[in-house]
Design a protein around this ligand. Structure first.
Ligand code: PMP
Length: 459
């Protein structure tokens, strides 16, 4: 081994040892991690990450669905640097405001759908969804409707990891690890490939949506405060709902006096070809959760956009809203967001997703459906998934227990591509700035990874 490579490798091993000994990672089996040390990511450029051994990997996940503009964005870096040099911190409590948070609030109000004119800042999507629960409760209390307490969410949803956000989420294995909030109730998800059975996608989309109607009737509209949903469930496996689903959901929500929270932490800021996923699907939320791509992932920032219906009640008396975070509207995070939004607008990135790179990705991704171990491909804009199977007709899996995804994920890394596995679904959310050539390379590497996976199962 040449000495530079050997030196790097020693450094990697040292970091891996420290990592395994001292660092507990999110959503990780600690014992398993200690036995199988992780990859140390050291640098990134464009749409590539590079590990501490110098391997360059095409990042098909935009970090964690957040680096939508890729990793090389000097304008955001400079905006943060300048802000840290001018006003590195000041809070928004006690009759004060910092300038970037004010400017960002106004900019978001200008960009968001017409009836959204106020924003509450947090540091993450989880905190934003906690904030939603506080806002919803406050709203109904101020209207003297204290019986409206139940929050509806969906099985296999992901809304974050605080107690409230994880209660909203629909992962059973997570719920078994703490006491969930008793007033959260889960309804069905529109996952046709898994649950659709003999129904056509359109029939299944309708009947799944009607689970909302049935549940409202069962629990009583007067007891239900809000319904929360991602336009496309991301962490649950990129569940792109059948075309019939959201129109029917919209009909039901319009007929009932229930607030609707659109969790746009993944779909927001262009991923589906509109600013927000709710605009792609024509739904009419009262609250919008955002985070991640608002700063291109360069600074932690989340928040809630409030529709006028709620904002008007909350700003018309009732006293102090007892909620907020030290870093609500942190100036450096808001400066990063302002720079990010400027790039998105100047480069017409959302239009590019809708008219060019989104359709190109989807066209190329659909070709993977021809692969012998792919049971379905699905996607929208710059997000997509495929299902790994042994038998396309019966949807029989390669292996029990959703383990084939982990095999395929490893094959992806060996092929120079980050794809994420959710059980037997392989998912991607590449940067919106990918070129056609980078999408071609992604498909080439994904195909190679599928070949390796098939080979692993001796197919
Ligand atoms: N909502 C959705 C839809 C998400 O995908 C996530 C994170 N992946 C969150 C909320 C939580 O965001 P955070 O990790 O920033 O708390």
């Amino acid at each position: 081994m040449p000495s530079k490579t050997a030196g790097r490798h020693n450094r990697t091993q040292q970091l891996q040892r420290q990592d395994a000994t001292h660092h507990l990672h999110p959503f990780t089996d600690f014992q398993d991690y200690a036995a199988n040390p992780g990859r140390i990511i050291s640098r990134a450029e464009g749409v590539y990450i590079e590990d501490s051994d110098g391997n360059r990997i095409l990042d098909g996940m935009s970090g964690l669905w957040c680096c939508n503009l890729g990793y090389t964005q000097p304008e955001i870096v400079e905006a943060v640097r300048q802000q840290l040099a001018t006003l590195p911190f000041y809070n928004n409590f006690f009759q004060c405001a910092n300038e970037p948070s004010v400017t960002l609030a106004a900019r978001l109000a200008e960009l968001a759908p017409d009836n959204f004119n106020r924003v509450f800042f947090t540091n993450s999507g989880s905190e934003a969804n906690d904030t939603n629960l506080r806002l919803v409760r406050r709203y109904w209390d101020l209207l003297e409707r204290p019986e409206k307490r139940i929050i509806l969410s969906r099985t296999n949803a992901y809304h974050g990891s605080t107690i409230a956000a994880a209660s909203l989420g629909g992962f059973d294995f997570v719920h078994r690890q703490f006491e969930t909030l008793p007033y959260v109730h889960h309804i069905a998800q529109p996952y046709w490939f898994k649950d659709g059975g003999e129904l056509s996608p359109e029939e299944f989309g309708l009947s799944t949506a009607q689970d909302l109607e049935r549940t409202i009737d069962e629990l009583g509209e007067d007891n239900i405060a809000a319904f929360i949903a991602e336009p496309i469930q991301g962490a649950g496996g990129v569940i792109v709902p059948p075309e019939s689903y959201w129109p029917e959901m919209r009909r039901i929500l319009a007929e009932r006096d229930i607030l609707f929270i659109s969790d746009e932490v993944i779909c927001g800021f262009g991923r589906t070809g509109q600013l927000f996923g709710c605009q792609s699907y024509g739904t009419a939320p009262d609250l919008i959760t955002f985070a991640k791509a608002v700063t291109n992932g360069f600074q932690p920032l989340g928040g809630v956009l409030l529709g006028d219906r709620i904002a008007n009640v909350l700003t018309s008396g009732g006293g102090e809203f007892g909620h907020g975070f030290t870093y609500s509207g942190h100036p450096a995070a808001c400066a990063a967001a302002l720079a990010t939004l400027s790039i998105i607008q100047r480069e017409n990135l959302i239009e590019r997703v809708a008219a060019d790179i989104g359709p190109y990705l989807q066209q190329r991704w659909r070709e993977l459906a021809e692969h012998p171990i792919v049971g379905e491909t699905r996607g929208k804009g710059m997000v997509a998934a495929l299902e790994l199977v042994r038998n396309k007709q019966t949807r029989e899996r390669l292996e029990d227990g959703g383990k084939a995804g982990a095999v395929c994920r490893q094959s992806c890394i060996e092929s120079g591509l980050v794809m994420r596995a959710v059980g037997d679904a392989m998912i991607i959310a590449p940067p919106l700035v990918c070129s056609h050539e980078e999408i071609d390379l992604l498909i080439e590497r994904a195909t190679h990874a599928l070949d390796l996976t098939a080979h692993h199962y001796r197919l």
